[in-house]
Design a binder for this molecule. Structure first.
Ligand code: ADP
Ligand code: ADP
Length: 234
């Protein structure tokens, strides 16, 4: 895996007088094994960048590589992109979209099951992550019975369970207290190390910002890189 490479990425919404340049020549690299922060005010282009990587929208210009695959070159369309990025990216969304009729374990175990892993092994892997996230006592609960913080931790487990080479996390720690936020960061760093995952964490969370070694700031669609405090997570 070569991690994430973004070169000269631009996105224009609309055209003419009402055009919005949401990304302007963005360059970004995340190495395998690295966890980087992406920080910027509302409207700065964070979602547009994640949606470009996730093939939800097609960028206007530039080039992107995930792992060993080119997933975007100028002129490519979203349907091409979706096929290419399948199985490559784990998402941790801000609002946890859990499946209401599956219990917590099966919400997490579903992806490995669909990928062909035996049910018992999928559930075992799900439980390991739920334990690491301190929500194992809710393993048999239904999503509607969980608190917001518990739902968020289950959604994190689901985003990580398939050990994808790339993880995009959108405000993963927002509803969590310090201790649990740090546990999430520790797990992301462990995953990165163990499986050579490249991880981007979009965040405003002052609790976790000092843990990053490298941070991309984004403002009006322009990114710049900065060394973080890199204090770690213990
Ligand atoms: P953030 O996630 O940092 O809040 P966004 O990527 O959502 O920023 O938005 C970046 C800019 O692009 C903003 O000016 C926003 O208004 C604009 N924008 C986002 N989505 C659309 C869209 N579908 N159509 C037109 N403009 C959009
Ligand atoms: P569908 O595949 O049914 O068209 P969507 O258009 O909602 O569903 O999303 C397509 C894929 O993009 C899904 O796999 C989803 O996980 C991912 N996705 C949805 N929203 C975002 C987002 N804001 N950022 C990154 N990826 C997203």
């Amino acid at each position: 895996s070569k991690g994430i490479q973004i070169e000269g990425l631009s996105k224009r919404y609309g055209s003419g007088n009402t055009a919005v340049d949401a990304l302007k020549n963005v360059n970004m690299q995340v190495a395998p094994g690295e966890v980087v922060g992406l920080i910027g005010p509302s409207g700065s282009g964070k979602s547009t960048l994640l949606k470009s990587l996730g093939a939800v929208i097609d960028p206007s210009a530039g080039r992107m590589t995930l792992g060993d695959k080119v997933i975007f070159n100028e002129g490519w369309q979203v349907p091409d992109l979706r096929a290419l990025r399948r199985d490559k990216i784990g998402f941790v969304f801000q609002a946890p979209y859990l499946i209401p009729f599956l219990d917590v374990t099966d919400n997490v175990a579903l992806l490995p099951m669909l990928a062909g892993m035996p049910n018992s092994e999928s559930r075992k892997r799900a439980l390991e992550l739920l334990t690491a996230l301190d929500v194992q006592h809710r393993a048999q609960a239904m999503p509607s019975q969980l608190s917001g913080g518990e739902q968020q931790r289950v959604a994190i487990a689901r985003g990580l369970v398939n050990r994808p080479p790339v993880i995009l996390a959108d405000e993963p720690t927002a509803p969590l207290d310090s201790e649990r936020a740090m546990a999430v960061i520790r797990i992301l760093n462990d995953m990165a190390q163990q499986y050579q995952t490249a991880i981007i964490v979009v965040t405003h969370d002052e609790k976790i910002i000092p843990t990053f070694k490298r941070i991309y700031h984004i403002r009006d669609g322009v990114t710049h890189e900065e060394a973080g405090e890199g204090r770690g997570f213990d």
